[in-house]
Design a protein. Structure first.
Length: 128
């Protein structure tokens, strides 16, 4: 029997429209989505769960997203931000997507994380 565990993604984004768009796109990847609209909210979520992947806006209202990277440790992270510069050696970044981002690149980043962490390949995905 295949592993039915769904991946969990924490979306850290202060823009409600972009957060909702990411939620919809990432649910289509077969993942459970948890959202946080600030760095403080993300830290609270991180105390309660260990996501498989984080999407992170660097321009948060209460802290710089680079500061939040220190709380993420080795959790694979996709930067989705208007400011796409990230110093080398910061966190476990698997992709940097500049807004407006390409949906295909987001999907590829999720697939990279899926392969690294051996998520179920078809968990929750709809067949096309």
């Amino acid at each position: 029997m295949a592993d039915a565990r769904r991946c969990t993604i924490l979306v850290v984004e202060d823009d409600a429209t972009i957060s909702e768009m990411l939620r919809i796109l990432l649910e289509d990847e077969g993942c459970t989505i948890v959202t946080a609209s600030s760095g403080a909210a993300a830290i609270i979520e991180l105390e309660q769960l260990r996501p498989d992947l984080v999407t992170l806006d660097l321009n948060l209202p209460d802290m710089d997203g680079l500061q939040l990277l220190t709380h993420l440790g080795d959790i694979p992270t996709v930067i989705v931000s208007a400011r796409a510069y990230v110093p080398r050696g910061q966190g476990n970044i698997i992709a940097v997507l500049e807004k407006p981002f390409d949906v295909t690149r987001l999907s590829e980043a999720v697939e990279t994380a899926r392969e690294r962490l051996a998520w179920p390949a078809d968990a929750g995905r709809s067949s096309a």
